[in-house]
Design a protein around this ligand. Sequence first.
Ligand code: NDP
Length: 450
Amino acid sequence: MSIQTQYMQDIYSSVEKRNRGENEFLQAVKEVFESLEPVIEKHPDLIEAGIMERIAEPERFIQFRVSWVDDNGKVQVNRGYRVQFSSAIGPYKGGLRFHPSVNASIIKFLGFEQIFKNSLTGLPMGGGKGGSDFDPKGRSDNEIMRFCQSFMTELEKHIGPNTDVPAGDIGVGAREIGFMFGQYKRLHNDFTGILTGKGLTYGGSLARTEATGYGLCYFTEDMLKDLKNTSFDGKTVVISGSGNVAFFAAQKAQKFGAKVITLSDSSGYIVDPDGIDLDVVEQIKMVERKRIGEYVNQKPGASFHAGCSDIWTVPCDIALPCATQNELDEKAAKALVANGCFAVAEGANMPSTPEAVQVFQENGVLFGPAKAANAGGVATSGLEMSQNSLRLSWTFEEVDERLHQIMCNIYKNASEAAAEFDHPGNLVIGANIAGFLKVADAMKWEGITY
Ligand code: NDP
């Protein structure tokens, strides 16, 4: 075993000891550390600066009680989190997730990934993430508002336009961002760009809503062209999820000439062999906030299947997992390969298990990892921050063009880093290295602070 491998394994062991039972977080750290072994070999100065020891420990981790009153007058208590992982290259930046599965491990895995993703965008943003185990499903607008106001009453102590700028994620869309922005403004008497993903009438950016899904397709289109000299045009695509990322990924893939035949939510998935009708999905999911199974009532040619995991048995050319972490395991990956799928790009954060990624790599399936492929959302959040600072609003086309350019650069940088470190075509390694190098350099220059 080389000295570098031993060094990384020793540090990983100490991360494991310090974060016992936090499986999602440890999974994310392990993948990054494994990718960085060749970097440590070329840059032994990083060992001296203690970069690896420092980068896997958050600069700050905040946990707090969120009490609120439901529509029946009953007091409810949830747990809120914010992890401020790295401010080496800019203010902490990363979404807020409201979902009953949220815990310290999930928030830390997302915050850790965000460090490298934000670096890859080329914009000055550090890594953070937050959220709550609050479940917005089935709650009235008034309950959502009271929860968001209570959540922000604590969170506001820790954020600021030059300190930490949260955004949306699972369960946090325009409605929740609006309520939290309103509460921050009331507490501070300060109209400032404290959150991104804001509505267009109060400082939001055009194309932010579409950005993660569109960016995923821009990245995938580059990957298909560069590594297989092909494109979305005429391909059959399976997409999981039916939220923000999935919906706009489906829309852009269709614009690129693909046929998207599935979408899902946590109740199950729909298959429409004629291609998903996104107008129908928009009405069900975004307007009526109902379950995806409603789709078959309006589209009799489509079918609904309860449960999520079998979605990957639907034959396709390209798969875009856009729901949640670890939704695509080894068995699912093998089913995709057996059915001829030749490209997978991650819209969700860490949707593929390490075993699934291995199956893709062993079978020559093109693989776009989340921290590169879904960076379009945070990149456009960065563009929203720029517009807020300039007190200007760019057109949809201007923002979309910048997003497109950023995604091309991310693909190029990840691909070049993979080649430079002797793993051509391995975008997992390439994205981790390209994202890491800039952060590590900043940490060296800034001295041993955090
Ligand atoms: P949304 O809340 O808009 O949608 C999430 C979708 O995933 C819903 O269809 C939801 O179904 C489904 N889902 C959530 N949890 C589970 C679960 N445990 N099992 C099965 N399905 C589930 O979230 P987003 O679209 O914003 O986020 C999706 C993924 O993309 C997340 O991993 C997020 O971190 C990542 N991401 C989002 C970005 C953004 O800009 N929004 C940016 C970068 C990454 P149901 O409604 O039934 O819960």
